[in-house]
Design a protein around this ligand. Structure first.
Ligand code: NAD
Length: 357
């Protein structure tokens, strides 16, 4: 239920999913194993999906070693075309050099595929104790603009400028997605997260758009929360929140905070939604270079992202089966990866999930 069917306000995703459902042949989905721990956790997903009998053929694409002039990044044009054609995919983390270097691969994907909303569910796992046992919230992050517009330059030596872009079109689109999501998933409240007291023009416009959309959904309670206060409230009592919608950078930060409430980045999934029915699921976490290649990574976040992808495809039975196997394995406590206080390797944990299917 929490990782419920994703929706598109254009309805395109629904028709894509229907077309998939009526098909008797396996569905082709793009898979980007990605960098760092990516290939290890992607292997885990492939094993679990195969064991569960999920009718998916993976079309695997790796990050290139040279810049493709057609994408201006290490992502090849062919890999983007694969997602456009299949309309559905799963993505491992992709590393971005800090403060220098090539265009971010994640930004390239979001821009080129117009992945405008990033849906990040975060909930307490039954059987895995943290300070809270009642976290159940959805962060919806605007995914195409804000501080991530890539518009940075040096004004004069010692002075740099970075532009935050907020448009009415992108703000309305993500707000509409958030309210529609709340309505179709039995959620009661949407909180718009902002810093409009300081960013009066940019966050001010974002809020104005959220208010406009809120008027179309009188059954959903709407509230506005300043981001610093939101952080305090989340840490003090996360049950205060239901669906949160916010500009790009805030969504990036808040969703890591939320991951910390339920046990860490090894657990939290997401799915990127595009206007033309494209859905590209990915874990919230990055490439974890500190543990890459050591068979230590927790594949849960990518597996749960895969579950979101299955729900998008209306493969609900398999989604439920895999979801239960993950939850039961963690709850049982015999096999857990190091981030959850256990001593299992990625491979052992994956095998335990397969045994629970
Ligand atoms: P990170 O999320 O990769 O790692 C943060 C911490 O969480 C590390 O200690 C790591 O070991 C741990 N961790 C993350 N995922 C885990 C998992 N599945 N199992 C166990 N432990 C896990 O963040 P970072 O170190 O700041 O970033 C590393 C690289 O990833 C950077 O290049 C960054 O740009 C990139 N990144 C990519 C994405 C993406 O592809 N969507 C998202 C975030 C960061």
């Amino acid at each position: 239920q929490i990782l419920g069917t994703l929706n598109s306000s254009s309805g395109a995703a629904t028709s894509v999913a229907r077309a998939f459902c009526s098909s008797t042949t396996p569905i082709t989905a793009t898979l980007f194993p990605g960098d760092g721990i990516g290939p290890e956790i992607a292997e885990s997903v492939k094993q679990v999906f195969t064991t569960a009998g999920v009718p998916i053929d993976w079309e695997e694409h790796y990050v290139g070693t040279e810049i493709d002039p057609r994408t201006q990044s290490f992502l090849t044009w062919e890999s983007l075309e694969s997602v456009r054609r299949n309309k559905v995919g799963l993505k491992g983390p992709m590393a971005t050099p800090i403060g220098k270097g090539h265009r971010s691969l994640n930004l390239t994907l979001r821009k080129e595929l117009n992945l405008y909303a990033n849906v990040r569910p975060c909930y307490s796992l039954p059987g895995y104790k943290t300070r809270y046992d009642d976290v159940n919230l959805i962060t919806i992050r605007e995914n195409t603009e804000g501080e991530y517009s890539g518009l940075e330059h040096q004004v004069v030596r010692g002075v740099v400028e970075s532009l935050k872009i907020i448009t009415r079109q992108a703000s309305l689109r993500v707000a509409e997605y958030a309210f529609h999501y709340a309505k179709t998933h039995g959620r009661e409240r949407v909180s718009a997260i902002h810093k409009a007291n300081i960013m009066q023009k940019t966050d001010g416009l974002f809020l104005k758009c959220c208010r406009e959309v809120a008027e179309k959904y009188p059954e959903i309670t709407y509230e506005e929360v300043v981001i610093d206060n939101c952080c305090m409230m989340l840490v003090k009592n996360p049950a205060l929140f239901d669906v949160l919608v916010m500009p790009n950078l805030y969504g990036d930060i808040i969703s890591d905070l939320c991951a910390g409430l339920v046990g860490g980045l090894g657990l939290t999934p997401s799915c990127n939604i595009g206007e033309d029915g494209v859905a590209l699921a990915e874990a919230v976490h990055g490439s974890a270079p500190d543990i890459a290649g050591k068979n230590l990574a927790n594949p849960t976040a990518l597996l749960l992202s895969g579950v979101m992808m299955l729900r998008h495809l209306k493969l609900n039975e398999q989604a439920e089966q895999i979801h239960s196997a993950i939850i039961n394995t963690i709850a049982e406590g015999k096999y857990r990866t190091a981030d959850l206080g256990g001593s299992s390797t990625t491979t052992e944990f994956t095998k335990a999930i397969c045994d629970h299917l």
